[in-house]
Design a protein around this ligand. Structure first.
Ligand code: UD1
Length: 361
């Protein structure tokens, strides 16, 4: 059996890492995995550093599409990927998440045609203006096999009338979290960034709706600057965010801005943080895995389970003082009271996925 794995953006490297590790091990030696990197993310610290650290096999193809508008990026991936699919003639195309790379690959698979399997199926924000929501809906509709990380994600698909070949697998990011956590030297990360455990807020902001709107980004940054007077604020900054902060001439005074960090460093920064502030779907969930209070700077989340008991809290960007208020409250919460529930499986999502690909029904 030949599987063509298509990845291109930072979180997809983390998601694919556990599945690829198993596919390249002895147990599944009858499966040939061909990895295609679309090139959506290309900076060393957004791409290659993940392959190095997660011990991922180097991509067999790099389409090197780079940045562009949604149409340019999606079209460029489709046009190059089509040739790879013709050459490789895979049994399955395996896609992850909800990026433009996911969408482009789903469209190519549907038109070849080639069987398509979607990891992280069934998630919905129910906000159509969000690029990722469009990518998810289309990818799910075109997929032959749907791998849902949670029961709720499966319910979403059933509500949309899809209930055949839908599997609840658990979350591949939880697999990665458990597996790679063992390899982290926390003391060395704290030393490198000159941080004290539990004494800082970890922040990531990169969603277009937050970064590309001046009022939203300025409210977020002002609130962070205010809270930085009380607690250290560590902000590994996505290139998109950096670009917009410069464009809007926003001051970052008092905030410890660092370059995007590799996965193990991120998990360490998270595990030692007092609380997390983010608009990332992945980090919200990883905060839950790490049993940390999280403020999600968005009006909605696809990871509804994390909201239970307030461990993840949604905060709108409309009001800077509301963000500060919620940050202050988050700092008061004692993480040791966290009651973890296994919404995201037990760390074996990757093997469930591969077994289903081998014998889908
Ligand atoms: C993409 C995904 C988003 C995912 C995120 C993870 C889509 C629609 N969005 O958003 O779902 O959560 O990846 O990070 O696919 N840039 C660089 N270097 C890079 C990559 C990007 O400088 O290596 C800059 C460019 O200015 C680029 C901008 O970041 O235009 C945005 O990159 P893009 O890949 O379009 O979207 P992300 O915001 O990263």
């Amino acid at each position: 059996m030949k599987i063509l794995t298509i990845i291109g953006a930072r979180p997809q490297f983390i998601k694919a890492a556990t599945v690829s590790r198993l596919l390249h091990g002895n147990k599944y030696s009858e499966i040939d995995e061909i990895i295609v990197h679309t090139g959506q993310h290309y900076d060393h610290n957004m791409s290659q550093s993940f392959f190095n650290e997660l011990n991922m096999p180097a991509p067999d193809y790099n389409l090197e599409v780079g940045s562009g508008t949604h149409g340019q990026q999606t079209g460029a991936i489709m046009s190059s990927l089509e040739k790879v699919v013709e050459l490789e003639n895979p049994d399955w195309m395996l896609v992850y998440g909800d990026t433009n790379s996911t969408l482009a690959a789903a469209l190519v698979a549907a038109k070849k045609p080639c069987q398509l399997a979607h990891v992280e199926a069934g998630l919905r924000s129910y906000r159509r203006g969000m690029p990722e929501e469009v990518n998810r809906i289309v990818t799910d509709r075109l997929s032959d096999l749907l791998f849902c990380p949670t029961i709720l994600a499966k319910k979403n698909l059933i509500t949309e009338g899809r209930n055949n070949n839908v599997f609840v697998t658990g979350d591949v990011m939880y697999d990665s979290f458990l597996y790679y956590n063992k390899e982290i030297n926390h003391a060395s990360v704290m030393h490198k960034y000159n941080l004290l455990s539990s004494k800082y807020l970890l922040v990531t902001i990169h969603r277009a709706e937050n970064t590309d709107d001046k009022k939203s980004l300025s409210n977020i940054i002002s609130a962070l600057r205010y809270i930085a007077r009380k607690v250290e604020v560590v902000f590994p900054m996505h290139p998109r965010t950096k670009k917009m902060v410069n464009e809007f001439s926003l001051s970052l005074e008092g905030i410890k801005v660092i370059d995007p960090v590799p996965y193990l460093t991120m998990i360490s920064l998270l595990s030692n943080a007092k609380a997390v502030v983010t608009d990332s779907g992945g980090l919200q969930k990883e905060a839950y895995f790490a049993k940390k209070i999280c403020l999600t700077i968005r009006d909605e989340t696809e990871w509804i389970e994390t909201l239970e008991n307030g461990w993840n809290h949604l905060v709108s960007t409309c009001d800077e003082f509301d963000i500060v208020d919620n940050l202050n409250k988050a700092l008061e919460i004692d993480n040791s009271n966290f009651k973890y529930k296994h919404y995201y499986g037990s760390g074996n999502a990757a093997s469930i996925i591969i077994d289903a690909l081998i014998s889908p029904v």
